[in-house]
Design a protein around this ligand. Structure first.
Ligand code: RTP
Length: 155
């Protein structure tokens, strides 16, 4: 069981300041929970602009980079790590396309957001990014390893 848990894939998910302000935290967590993914870390913080720039480092050449970092640091962010088989790719599926005008109904952005600059949630886009983002946002001791009985029924 322990070894199995240690091998499980993990992704970094963040509810951006607009999601928190709009009272969508429970709704978003609910969708990951119901699917069968497991929450292994969660905290609320207001990231500094410098921290936001680190998080979005790969986008530093984009014209929207400054506004994006300004926005991410403008209020509370709910930072989470979710675990489960295929959670990186499927988490992105639950989230929907970057531009809410293009995300399918049924996805978080499709159901709950309207414009790309206020798309309420972030999710890691690959294995490397997930590792880097988890390391950036969390200390190793903040990641909680525990056995959940639900797993015996999900897998
Ligand atoms: P995320 O990292 O937030 O999950 O989003 P993503 O991979 O789907 O999209 P990415 O291209 O990495 O962009 C990161 C965030 O930048 C904002 N954005 N604004 N044209 C624009 O104004 C624009 N394009 C992207 C979005 O908030 C996007 O989530």
């Amino acid at each position: 069981q322990e070894a199995h848990a240690a091998e499980m894939e993990r992704t970094f998910i963040a509810i951006k300041p607009d999601g928190g302000q709009r009272g969508l935290v429970a709704e978003i967590i609910c969708r990951f929970e119901r699917k069968g993914f497991k929450l292994v870390a969660i905290k609320m913080l207001v990231p500094s602009k410098e921290f936001a720039q680190k998080h979005y480092d790969d986008l530093k050449e984009k014209p929207f980079f400054d506004g994006l970092c300004e926005f991410l640091s403008s209020g509370p962010v709910i930072a989470m790590v979710w675990e489960g088989e295929g959670v990186i790719k499927y988490g992105r599926k639950l989230i929907g396309a970057t531009d809410p005008q293009k995300s399918e109904p049924g996805t978080i952005r499709g159901d709950l957001a309207v414009v790309v600059g206020r798309n309420i949630i972030h999710g890691s886009d690959g294995l490397e990014t997930a590792k880097n983002e988890i390391n950036l946002w969390f200390q190793p001791q903040e990641l909680v390893s525990y056995t959940s009985n639900a797993e015996n029924w999900i897998y």
